[in-house]
Design a protein. Structure first.
Length: 244
């Protein structure tokens, strides 16, 4: 427990709430204390009509169809949570070679360097709206993506909230507690304890100040991404058969 969490409610309440280890249940634990049931704890967002219209324009401009691209977020609030851009580029290229799915880079204005690093290395066609899309439009773009691939960060959770399957890359933070919630997902974390790759730079026990995520291997991330894509394609095929 972090020092800022040492409050009476946190000390006396059940550590992770009543539904499981995910931190969401901890945040919902006051409802249990009040005797209230939460029928569906899954966070859900709905893109606005204006955002959907702008999303459609962006997709048309980049020759992307709905549910036919991978939304890729290579940034994060903390540098230590960022998987290297060249690794993302390698996965993007493999996904394109094996599935034909193009990638759309998403992110804020301060994440341009990571996006540029991918664009400079990737050999497959990659589109980017990094620094160009508002949060509302980002939500719509994530809702129309086939899957999401990215670091542990806000966009990953937004993708989950609009129902988009996600591949999440983790370092010191536990995916069990902070993984994408309520959607099919694949989360990757290097074996722990971590043989430190940045001694003197990493800040022990600080999930935003360590570089453990950089130990993830390209082959493993690519395999997880392709596996999730394959699973979703099979679901769509079965749904089509049932509907017919």
């Amino acid at each position: 427990m972090k020092f800022w969490e040492i409050q009476l409610a946190n000390v006396l309440a059940a550590t992770f709430g009543q539904g499981g280890p995910h931190y969401l249940y901890r945040n919902l634990s006051p409802l249990h204390a009040l005797g209230l049931d939460c029928q569906d704890p899954t966070p859900r967002l709905q893109p606005t009509r204006t955002a959907q219209e702008e999303c459609a324009r962006i997709l048309a401009e980049n020759a992307l169809a709905k549910k036919s691209y991978v939304a890729v977020h290579a940034g994060a609030r903390f540098e230590g949570r960022c998987w290297p851009p060249q690794h993302f580029a390698a996965v993007i290229d493999e996904v394109y070679a094996k599935t034909g799915l193009r990638s759309l880079l998403v992110g804020g204005p301060d994440e341009g360097l990571a996006a540029q690093g991918i664009l400079e290395v990737a050999t497959s066609p990659v589109a980017s709206v990094v620094g160009k899309a508002s949060l509302e439009v980002l939500t719509a773009l994530l809702a129309e993506a086939s899957i999401f691939l990215g670091n542990e960060s806000g966009p990953m959770h937004i993708a989950a909230s609009v129902g988009t399957p996600a591949v999440g890359l983790y370092g010191l933070t536990s995916p069990e507690q902070w993984g994408p919630f309520g959607v099919p997902n694949r989360t990757l974390q290097p074996p722990m304890p971590c043989p430190c790759i940045a001694p003197g730079l990493c800040k022990e026990n600080n999930s935003g100040g360590v570089y453990c995520v950089q130990r993830l291997q390209v082959a493993d991330v690519a395999a997880a991404t392709l596996d999730l894509i394959g699973t979703e394609v099979q679901k769509s095929a079965h749904s089509g058969i049932s509907a017919a």
